[in-house]
Design a protein around this ligand. Sequence first.
Ligand code: GDG
Length: 491
Amino acid sequence: MSGTADRAGYRMCTQQHKDLMSRLVVVSNRTADPRKPAAGGLAVAVRESLQQTGGLWFGWSGKIREAADGTQSGQGEVHVQTAGNVTLATLDLSREDHDTYYLGYSNDVLWPVFHYRLDLANFDTRFAAGYRRVNQLFAQKLLPLLKPDDLIWVHDYQLIPLAAELRAMGCTNRIGFFLHIPMPPPLIMAAIPEHEWLMRSLFAYDLVGFQSEADLTHFSHYVESEAHAERLSPDRLRAFNRTLRVGAYPIGIDVDDFKRLADSKEGRDMFVRMRDEYSRRRLLVGVDRLDYSKGLPQRVHAFRELLTYYPENRDSATLIQIASPSREDVGAYDNLRRQMDSLCGAINGDFGELDWMPVRYIHRNVARKRLPGLFRASRVALVTPLRDGMNLVAKEFIAAQDAADPGMLVLSRFAGAAEQLKEALLVNPYDTQGTAQAIQRALTMSLDERINRHEALLNRIRKYDVHWWSSTFLQALEDCEPNEAAASGTS
Ligand code: GDG
């Protein structure tokens, strides 16, 4: 466990029953109805904290607004609805704003660069302008909904400059930001033409949280070298006339909720079906969005190496790879899809038998209630991203296991989760032979060793679960001094 998280973990042990005093306002690119079952970590964490304070959740509606005159310039009003004690406020975007802010700058600049993929970035200047415009629009529409004492929690790379825009409009509330994706090292960050503006914008927040110590180090190095930031203490940096609190707050899952799903009727039915279907085989599982950061082609290559160098796995080991569709309107995803179709077709063609196919590749979204049973029936999970902020699938796999006969996690050292989950078999996903060796080791590991490793992993994901994550972050934000230079703006 990382130093910061340990320190923060201790803080939580002493403060976890202290409720938030202020109303919580969450801002993220998209919102969700907090009364419905939440799919991802963000929705789970946000739902619980919002319900505690009867808060407000603000974001894009997911709709594109066509103006009445047929042009696409219209800027919609805010739609407000209540969901239990939570208020949801959403706005539509014009086509131009959607294409530049969301498809362009967020998905075609920030996502690839923050995942170290400079080769996939498209630095079109119209994207940056749209990104700034939509962040200004969010600030403008959010400001009238705010109360003086609200705590504002902004999520992820789509909204980096939001606090700076709010400050420029006079907002003095405490504002925190959490980056769900990795923070790249300074020289990679510097490839973004607007890198100085982006990083300076972060100093308009009171607290900035990262997934891992590595991310925090990259950010500190960037601001120390590029902005001559002064380190006031391990978690306080001063630059641009502002003091910023920073920390690593690794996101977790709701372990009990996932276990409950595994123990539900549907969870058990799925487990029994998978176990019976594969009773003569050993099952390996991968569940990811079809995204180039997830290392899917490298994973299929590693699995191919396994069948080549450890032939005892032929006619036996089966990889179920779920790759849920994602961002299909971005070009790089189309290439990846074709690459996966071809790699999986080739491995099945080269190794498959009449009664055994090595890879079952499913390019569809699978119902969440089916995942725990699938994880539990699997001997090994392959979580091998080339770069990942955290990776929640790694934690879900651990939570779903039978502690008396657990499966083994093969985890990329480049996932944020690797800082916490040291008892997994850590691999370099670019090294496909090394990954194949680790898979073989996982498949042949003794029961005792599996039990010991699983116990340690389960304890850690329990201790640092999603409730720990949100309450630790929000407590740190609430503890921030109201910022002396808050209204001066940094943009
Ligand atoms: C970002 C960061 C960080 C996946 N396929 C299906 C499905 N899933 C679920 C998984 C898991 C979630 O989606 C994916 O979470 P990840 O953490 O793997 O990844 P990102 O979506 O890239 O999220 C990441 C995360 O934010 C949180 O901070 O960990 O690093 O990139 O819960 O189970 N769920 C269903 N069907 C699928 O086909 N129902």
